[in-house]
Design a protein around this ligand. Structure first.
Ligand code: SAM
Length: 237
């Protein structure tokens, strides 16, 4: 019997999500190479497969992962309808389990998942290590585009600066947002940029509202490597 949490997810029809994805795809498609032949793509939280299928239609091989087997079944069915099933590999797993797999990808597609995660920075650190060329990132955000420049070292008595609207912030959602108990975090735009930088990405383009096309740029905070290993090995598969 699926939990209340999973039942909620399923009530939220994949058709709705695919309609939204189609709308977004129109805005961002031009920012993705037309010919993805030879590219290995990872679609994290693929849901019913809308983006996986579009990327496969451009020639990529797509590894499409989702935590929910119900969505993966829908994605498998949809891939067959579009005749791209051979270009797709489906895997049921939570995002964090990717840390245990050796594969890396030319393009990581990380749309609409970040704010559903309990451990969003862990996920970003893992995905940085999976990304060879590009990552397309999208998250629900808090309103506001302002970005302030925090000092290199904020004095302890100057913490009121954190209340600036442009200070990187992430709102925690203890209960529900839009009736959805699976939403945990909403960063502001300044926080998205700062988190991406801190995980070793640079934003190259903003193809649409809340969408960030990123390139890998070093691996920031290498001294956190040990901490990251400990986090992902805590509960081995
Ligand atoms: C809002 S949908 C986004 C679907 C699609 N990526 C898009 O942008 O339209 C979130 C998807 O992420 C999946 N998901 C949520 N938490 C996950 C996790 N921890 N690991 C893998 N997938 C997860 C959900 O099952 C769902 O299919």
């Amino acid at each position: 019997m699926p939990s209340e949490y999973h039942q909620y997810r399923r009530r939220f029809s994949s058709i709705d999500l695919c309609n939204k994805a189609m709308y977004k795809w129109k805005a961002i498609a031009a920012h993705v190479p037309q010919d993805l032949s030879g590219w290995e793509v990872l679609d994290v939280g693929c849901n019913a497969g809308f983006y996986s299928i579009e990327l496969a239609r451009r020639g990529a091989h797509v590894t499409a992962v989702d935590i929910d087997p119900h969505y993966l079944d829908q994605a498998r069915w949809a891939a067959q309808q579009f005749g791209v099933q051979d270009a797709l590999t489906f895997k049921q797993m939570p995002i964090y389990a990717l840390a245990h797999a050796p594969e890396t990808y030319d393009l990581v597609w990380f749309m609409g998942v970040f704010y559903h995660l309990r451990y969003p920075t862990l996920a970003l650190d893992i995905l940085r290590r999976k990304t060879r060329k590009l990552m397309m990132f999208q998250t629900l955000t808090m309103p506001g585009e302002y970005v302030s420049s925090p000092p290199e070292n904020l004095p302890i008595n100057a913490r009121d600066q954190m209340q600036d609207s442009g200070w990187p912030k992430m709102a925690f959602i203890e209960h529900r947002l839009a009736d959805d108990p699976t939403n945990w975090w909403a960063p502001n735009h300044a926080c998205v940029e700062a988190l991406l930088r801190a995980s070793g990405f640079r934003v190259r383009a903003r193809p649409d509202h809340e969408c960030y096309l990123c390139k890998p740029h070093g691996v920031a905070h290498e001294h956190h490597e040990e901490e990251l290993r400990a986090a992902v090995n805590l509960w081995p598969d």
